[in-house]
Design a protein around this ligand. Sequence first.
Ligand code: ADP
Ligand code: MG
Length: 716
Amino acid sequence: MYNTLKNIFGFQSFRPNQEAIVRSILNRQDVFAAMPTGGGKSLCYQLPAKILSGTTLVVSPLISLMKDQVDAALENGISAALLNSSLSSQEASAVYHKLFRGALDLLYVAPERLAMDHFVEKLHQVHLSLFAIDEAHCISEWGHDFRPDYLSLSILPQRFPQIPIAAFTATATEQVQQDIIHKLGLRNPLIIRASFNRGNLFYQVDRKKKGNTQIIDFLKEYGGQAGIIYRATRDSVEQTAKFLSSKGFLALPYHAGLPIEVRQKNQEAFNRDEVEVIVATIAFGMGIDKSNVRFVVHMDLPKNIENYYQETGRAGRDGSPAHCRLFFSAGDILKQKYFLEQMTNEQEKGIANEKLKKMIRFATHYICRRRQLLKYFSEIYPQEKCDSCDVCLANLEKTDATKEAQIFLSAVVRTQQKYGIGHIIDIVTGAKTKRISQLRHNRIKTYAKGEYKSKDYWRFLVDEMLVQNLIEQDGGRYPILCLTSKGVDTLYKGNTFLLIRREMVTSKVSQEESCDEILFQKLRHLRKEIAQEQGVPPFIIFSDKTLREISSKYPQTLSEVEKIGGIGKVKLEQYGDDLVRLVREYQQERAPLESEVKEVKEEKQEENSQQSKINKNPRLNKTYELFQQGLSLEEIAEQSNLLTATISGHIEMLIQEGWDIDMDRLVPPEKCKEIIEFFQKQEGWFLSPVVEYFGGRVDYDEAKFVRGYLKALDKK
Ligand code: ADP
Ligand code: MG
């Protein structure tokens, strides 16, 4: 178990609950596991799938999720495939072929397939190890993503009584848990309810100021890293996306009003790190497995805490620090109330109203955000302070503002509690508006009594009085202010009113994991190149956490790279060299002399280890043999159960190490010459400039082989 964890996944230790779940599956016991997003559920079934003999069938609701999961498994050297409606019949029969040969550790299927009799019949001919049900809450009407197709899973225990079932969900409620266990017919399952605390997320709530300056300042802190901005409406999504683009940020919109192709394209671009920000309504949801989302911003108040928790949960799946920031205004609250008023079912309206109140409390009360969130899911946060939210970190400055509060409240009362915020502020600051003179509000006693403070000050005071419940805003389109009993006490009895100012907390998050930012950016660039070559999203190649670790440890040899979290045997073999090269080049740029000496020494060692590595590596040997037998790269990949890109990596290494490989079979001689010329002109060994230069005439593999050839000749 531990070996597989290290060699396949590249992790040193299990995350909470993973080990118990894996053990239970290996003992053929059913499992129900509720773990938060990013808790590491996939590993809980992928690891046993690798160890157990037979195929693990994974049920997963979304085609896009399936594909990413399969790609990620393949990258780790687990033989995986998927069956869904997106495959051609040829592709599907290739998958069946592998399945019947027992060549698959993992097979992902959509739930509707289990409703098809002929598929279930076929499964009886397969040696199965486990049924893993991902996003298992989809089987429950009480969950937020009910899918009738999931109900067909209830046949599993009768039809396959010998095969254990493991169900996974990130939904926290007990009701959904009971429903899942019952509907799936789990037999005496191990039940895991993980803490829903997301320790790596930093929560921060702020008042929304006019204009979009806050969001720009925030994005600048993140220097092009990926994040999601949620907005309440389609229009505001479009506006914000446009605004950000006009300021030079790479941002795309996502909402249900866009054609499906556009939505898919934008999501894909985000997944592949081609844009930094996706601006979205809550329609942007379950299909996102991207692990390197560094921030989730809400620019409007969400309508309840469940949504807020799910949406912020998309940040920091990789376990690295991530920032959840909420901006809201009193206007947001009114808007939400206005939406509520439109609901026709009284009961639903009541429930929604209660939920909204809790959301408002979350945003406005100075109580640890984390404690509040967990409490909502009936979990008690054990510490006094979490030290990872704005409330716990804030320096509070309290000033007695009883006099100012009285001036304002008096103006509200003297105008019969019939006006809104803006007008009352005009009165106390002595504004000379038409409306004031028409209404003769310049004659009331408190007119201009607050001239000595700015408008901004009064706005802030009003917000605070709303939060501390001295005044209330009446709903409707033109909300008016009225006093609460607490407000009455301050106005007439002189009860103290304290204005609480919080010092802004900034950049707490990005500082947490310190590493070499320049190297990190270079690594991100390399990751993107590799991902483009492989046709998968970058986060599948390496997580941000892995890149950060490299940027703080500067691994200079393959054995040092191997110790980095998230790099298993296959990734080491595939990308280890690229990483070492990049780190070395970087070190060299920074300290030319020092590392040159070191380099010479290491070159020697490395040479020896490379050679022996090849001799010892059975896969490379196999690739070599098959190649010599005249098979194409695709055929070798098929036979070895590896990606074609892996095979071409093997070949490059073989060429580089001087094995007898017929270059003409790989790259036409004329082309080869051109590529050599280009490489000799260009700096470094990156492939995409080559491919770009030849405008599609040369593909990545061809460039790779020539690179290996040149290195073998040491011609550059
Ligand atoms: P979930 O499905 O629970 O939301 P995932 O399975 O997608 O979470 O895992 C989230 C991230 O955590 C992935 O990037 C994964 O590689 C990483 N991860 C999982 N288990 C571990 C572990 N034991 N150590 C380090 N990282 C892990
Ligand atoms: Mg998952």
